[in-house]
Design a protein around this ligand. Structure first.
Ligand SMILES: Nc1ncnc2c1ncn2[C@@H]1O[C@H](COP(=O)(O)OP(=O)(O)OP(=O)(O)O)[C@@H](O)[C@H]1O
Length: 480
């Protein structure tokens, strides 16, 4: 890539030094500068993308951070060079490039980089996509070997990955990622998780007995990916299970493929449930694994709720954990109005998004948290409780004599007076619990609860006075 020949002054394509006319646009190369640019920073592709620096490297590719000089946005340019490759390697590299372009072109998800353009010159295939300012989960794990992930972080990451994989699997035909591993997951300091590298992803073909070529990475690839059967969404479930197990235990599955020790701390209900789920996900028999990513996501959300509930984690508690090296995309929702960039005005996805924090297990899913009806019940009951005395006063002229004569009726009337406020307390507590699980506001429940307590206390005092004056003292006073 650094040795590209001469660049067409018209379209920027790279041509061999001996060429007279540009292979891409036919423009004369007489005016082209010679020698050609030799460092990335001097290269301008398509008269538009100035390569700034190399940020990563794959089997056949180099990824550059680049500037789109038309929009001044930062983009990533993935260059797949065919130079020096054997014929077989050229076929593989071209296949991977085409597969990635075909698949990425039709996808839009907040955890996937968007592909803006692709083009080629004499030596390279190029893809222009969102630049992800971050590092791969693999690098992150290398840097934090001695610092295992916390359960809530593992659950967050799992839920986000389920979300994007469910999106892929829901395509028609389903897209199987097939190479989910820490090296293909990027985490950013700004609060996002991205899945990258669709080089070996494929579309599921109904009825096909097995894949033509074994694919995947040892440790993360399901047994069926070794050419024995066709990969299905359950193969991605296996890989996700292997990754989450690694995040929980710190042990690298590529060191001992297909062996996943039970998690420690199984006495904690959430950990025990996660262990059961992970063991199901990495079962060798694909039929024994969960049916879908949606099912896995639901299980992870359920475990997350249990964990939050047991630990009493609230949004206020949870936020500081995000000050670790990265924040999860669970907390970052793109603005709904984010426009799709056109090729004429490439804009980076990251810069268009606004982060807001919504720290709850429900925040990881795209579905909004369910309504907290307990809050409403609580405030309604407490209000009814407040208006009971006037009502009873109005009725008192009729019922007071009756109450004095008949104790059960008196008790019944009193319970009637007390019940709404007590219910206000009960619903208030339920509403607050629910709010803390869903990370939503509990203010209405708190108001209902407080009113409930105040009026229950007032009525208890009232009962005491009523009992002492009306029931106990009345017979003695009647003599005066
Ligand atoms: N959109 C992006 N923004 C920033 N960096 C990226 C982006 N895409 C890839 N990278 C970086 O470039 C590296 C190589 O990218 P990628 O894995 O897509 O290449 P590849 O050739 O497909 O790899 P492989 O040989 O593993 O299939 C990644 O590890 C990552 O560090």
């Amino acid at each position: 890539m650094e040795q590209l020949g001469i660049y067409c002054p018209h379209c920027g394509a790279s041509n061999h030094k001996e060429e007279v006319y540009c292979f891409a646009c036919g423009h004369t190369l007489a005016d082209a500068e010679a020698p050609a640019a030799t460092t990335a920073s001097e290269i301008l592709l398509q008269q538009r993308y100035r390569l700034l620096n190399k940020v990563g490297e794959g089997g056949f590719s180099i990824v550059y951070r680049a500037e789109d000089i038309q929009t001044h946005q930062t983009v990533a340019v993935k260059a797949v060079s065919l130079r020096g490759l054997s014929t077989q390697e050229k076929i593989e590299a071209t296949d991977a490039f085409n597969r990635e372009v075909t698949i990425l072109t039709k996808l839009t998800h907040r955890s996937l980089p968007r592909l803006y353009r692709h083009f080629s010159d004499a030596e390279c295939w190029y893809m222009v996509m969102d630049y992800i300012e971050g590092e791969t989960l693999e690098k992150y794990l290398e840097r934090h070997q001695q610092m295992p992930f916390r359960l809530e972080e593992v659950l967050d990451i799992g839920i986000i990955l389920c979300d994007v994989l469910d999106y892929l699997h829901s395509n028609q035909p389903p897209i199987i990622f097939r190479d989910l591993k820490p090296a293909n997951i990027m985490v950013t300091s700004g609060g996002y998780i991205y899945v990258i590298d669709f080089g070996i992803a494929r579309q599921f073909k109904q009825g096909k007995p097995k894949d033509t070529i074994p694919f995947g990475s040892p440790g993360y690839a399901a047994p069926e990916q070794y050419g024995k059967a066709q990969t299905t969404p359950r193969s991605d479930i296996y890989s996700l299970g292997a990754i989450l197990h690694q995040l929980m235990t710190g042990s690298d599955p590529s060191q001992s493929p297909f062996a996943f020790a039970p998690l420690s701390n199984l006495h904690q209900q959430a950990v025990a449930k996660l262990d059961t789920l992970l063991q199901r996900m990495v079962t060798l028999d694909s039929q024994q694994r969960p049916d879908s990513m949606a099912e896995v996501r639901e299980s992870l959300q359920e475990i997350s709720r249990i964990h939050y509930y047991q630990q009493g984690l609230s949004s206020q508690y949870y936020r500081p954990s995000l000050s670790r090296a990265f924040q999860t995309a669970a907390y970052a929702q793109p603005l709904p109005s984010t426009p799709m960039p056109s090729n004429a005005g490439v804009v980076t996805f990251v810069q268009q998004q606004q982060i807001f924090y919504a720290s709850s297990p429900f925040a990881q899913s795209t579905t909004p948290p369910p309504a907290n009806r307990y809050q409403l019940y609580s405030i309604l009951c407490s209000l009814v409780g407040i208006f009971m005395p006037p009502f009873l006063c109005l009725a008192s002229t009729q019922i007071l004599p009756l109450l004095q004569q008949h104790i059960p009726t008196a008790l019944f009337a009193y319970l009637l007076l007390l019940a709404p406020s007590v219910l206000g307390i009960v619903f208030g507590h339920k509403g607050r619990d629910f709010a803390s699980q869903t990370g939503t506001s509990a203010s209405t429940a708190t108001v209902g609860l407080t009113l409930g307590y105040i009026f229950t206390a007032i009525y208890l005092v009232f009962a005491l006075c009523f009992f002492s004056t009306t029931i106990l003292l009345a017979p003695h006073m009647s003599g005066f």
